[in-house]
Design a protein around this ligand. Structure first.
Ligand code: HEC
Ligand code: HEC
Length: 267
């Protein structure tokens, strides 16, 4: 057997090297709070929200946010609400004939208590803004061009991961990182590969799985392929993510995250 060739450019054939590169990237690649700008709530807002929550909400919802049945505020389980705007209207208008009273809060108090809920009740946590899923869906297929690569509920190409159940698989923070800094978020296994076989076929695609003797991938024609490594002349794994950070605005990113969180079906 001719051993698969390794190259030193952006492509690299050694899975261990790829994993290492990934670890380094994610250690250094975490987006700083400053870069995130208004994609997320500030820690001041979250801390202020804790005070509002303890004063106005804890009596009924409890210190852990789980005392009203069917609702767990700390875990983001609501009855009808999904976006931050929905939370605003619940809090300012009330629900269920005043069993959930209407509150007249100042703007900082209102956005603070929403931030505290979105941070999962962790005053030192991170609170991602979550926008309107209906607008998010339009952006997904339209301006955001996500549907050019991603498949949802049986529609769209297979070249990128199927997102039909992404809402139960990933946290808002990870979803946001995928959009703002794909290089830091990419799973090593999902990396783009380029392969040349002994029969001189060149195959490009996205790796799905790999063991000592075989590699499985989705090729550029969306076919699922399983290849014996002994049949390969060269096998290169890219260290670059196959996508660019999104150029959507922070409001639009919040909307897209709102939509992704509604995707809870089987892929
Ligand atoms: C007097 C008790 C009471 C207080 C105080 C209260 N709530 Fe509620 N809240 C409820 C009840 C009861 C419901 C369920 C309403 C229903 O049946 O739809 C609820 C529902 C909610 C929901 C889910 C609404 C939906 O339809 O998904 C949110 C979010 C919420 N409350 C947030 C808050 C926040 C934030 C505060 C403090 C600013 C607060 N609540 C204060 C009793 C209260
Ligand atoms: C050019 C093709 C392309 C476009 C456009 C694209 N993606 Fe991706 N996306 C990928 C690929 C490929 C991956 C797998 C990781 C990688 O290689 O970077 C991925 C990964 C993801 C993941 C992580 C999946 C997981 O299993 O964790 C999410 C979420 C995601 N994309 C959402 C989006 C959204 C939302 C948009 C639109 C704003 C978008 N993508 C646009 C190709 C694309």
């Amino acid at each position: 057997m001719k051993h698969p060739k390794h190259r030193d450019s952006v492509w690299n054939g050694r899975p261990q090297a790829v994993l290492l590169a990934f670890l380094t990237l994610s250690a250094s690649g975490i987006v700083s709070a400053q870069e995130l700008g208004d994609h997320q709530y500030t820690s001041e807002a979250i801390q202020a929200g804790l005070r509002v929550y303890s004063r106005e909400c804890a009596l009924c919802h409890g210190p852990q946010g789980d005392l009203v049945s069917g609702i767990n505020l700390a875990r983001g389980q609501f009855r009808t609400a999904s976006s931050d705007d929905d939370l605003r209207s619940v809090i300012t208008e009330g629900r269920a004939q005043g069993q959930m009273p209407a509150f007249a809060l100042r703007e900082e108090e209102l956005s603070g208590v929403i931030a505290y809920i979105r941070a999962g009740f962790d005053p030192d946590g991170v609170a991602i803004r979550i926008g309107d899923p209906v607008r998010g869906r339009e952006l997904f297929t339209g301006k955001g061009r996500c549907a050019d690569c991603h498949r949802v509920n049986g529609e769209g190409p297979r070249t990128a991961p199927d997102l039909s159940a992404i809402g139960v698989m990933r946290t808002p923070a990870i979803l946001q990182l995928n959009l703002l800094d794909p290089a830091a978020a990419v799973l090593p296994i999902n990396r783009p590969v380029r392969i040349v076989t002994r029969s001189e076929e060149t195959i490009t695609g996205r790796r799905l799985n790999e063991d000592t003797y075989t590699v499985q991938l989705i090729d550029s024609e969306e076919r699922l392929r399983s290849l014996q490594k002994s049949e390969l002349v060269s096998y290169e794994v890219s260290e670059q993510p196959s996508k660019q950070p999104t150029d959507l605005s922070s409001d639009e990113v919040a909307d897209v995250i709102g939509y992704l969180l509604t995707l809870r079906g089987a892929p």
